[in-house]
Design a binder for this molecule. Structure first.
Ligand code: SF4
Length: 229
């Protein structure tokens, strides 16, 4: 049986020190640390806006588990990007599917739709894991400005955001330099892409995530709970 590595040494203070140290590390170095510490008890969640973190992470560990939560409400372009990325990288892909409901949850129960369609699926994906990674970046919105590179989530798992301090220009540069797949909706004014009922294009000067749940008093779906503390 696979031995589960101990994380007893990773106190909150240690994680905070690591996070500060990683401010000057490359995303690849941060992923290397996470892979050395946690793989295979580690996964990466992807929204398929672009494949930057997937490109960085699979260069470190090609077999890293990539989780995509298929809410059932994605744009066709997002599902096409998922397939492109899966083929390009030969991903160890785990698609979390949401039980079908006769009336879409975003219509019948919009207040709980994200919890049922996203957060519950993430909970399932994280069973047996010690840590997970996301491509969350501080520049995306005001709610993400304080995001740490390494922290602990409410489950007690280690959360790693290797791109936390990347700017939009950093992402554009990496995409160009490494020919990384990008969701075609990005070029149509959707710099942050979620489910189609809850995503609109943004206008110049708006936050990257201004098109998510536009008009509602909501900025996060609840996946990144460490932002809400
Ligand atoms: S983003 Fe909208 S459609 Fe998608 S899970 Fe959340 S509420 Fe439902």
């Amino acid at each position: 049986m696979l031995e589960v590595p101990s994380t007893d040494d990773l106190t909150d203070d240690t994680l905070s020190d690591l996070s500060a140290k990683f401010e000057t590390a490359s995303a690849g170095e941060i992923v290397e640390w996470a892979v050395e510490r946690f793989h295979p008890h580690l996964c990466l969640t992807a929204s398929m806006t672009d494949a930057v973190l997937i490109d960085v992470a699979t260069k470190v560990e090609p077999a890293i588990e990539v989780v995509f939560i298929d809410t059932g409400y994605h744009f066709p372009e997002t599902l096409a990007t998922l397939e492109d990325v899966r083929r390009r990288y030969g991903l160890n892909l785990r698609i979390m599917t949401v039980p079908h409901t006769p009336v879409p949850l975003w219509q019948s129960d919009p207040a709980n739709c994200c919890t049922a369609a996203k957060v519950f699926q993430l909970e399932r994906a994280l069973v047996g894991k010690l840590a997970w990674m996301s491509g969350l970046r501080r520049e995306e919105s005001s709610t993400r400005r304080e995001a740490a590179i390494v922290s602990r989530d409410r489950r007690g798992l280690v959360k790693v955001n290797p791109l936390a301090n990347w700017t939009d220009l950093d992402v554009e540069g990496y995409v160009a330099d490494h020919d990384v797949p990008v969701n075609p909706l990005v070029c149509k004014g959707y710099p942050s892409i979620g489910c189609w009922p809850c995503t609109r294009p943004v206008t110049q000067g708006e936050d990257v995530r201004a098109g998510r749940w536009s008009g509602l008093d909501k900025t996060e779906c609840g996946l990144h709970d460490e932002l809400l503390r």
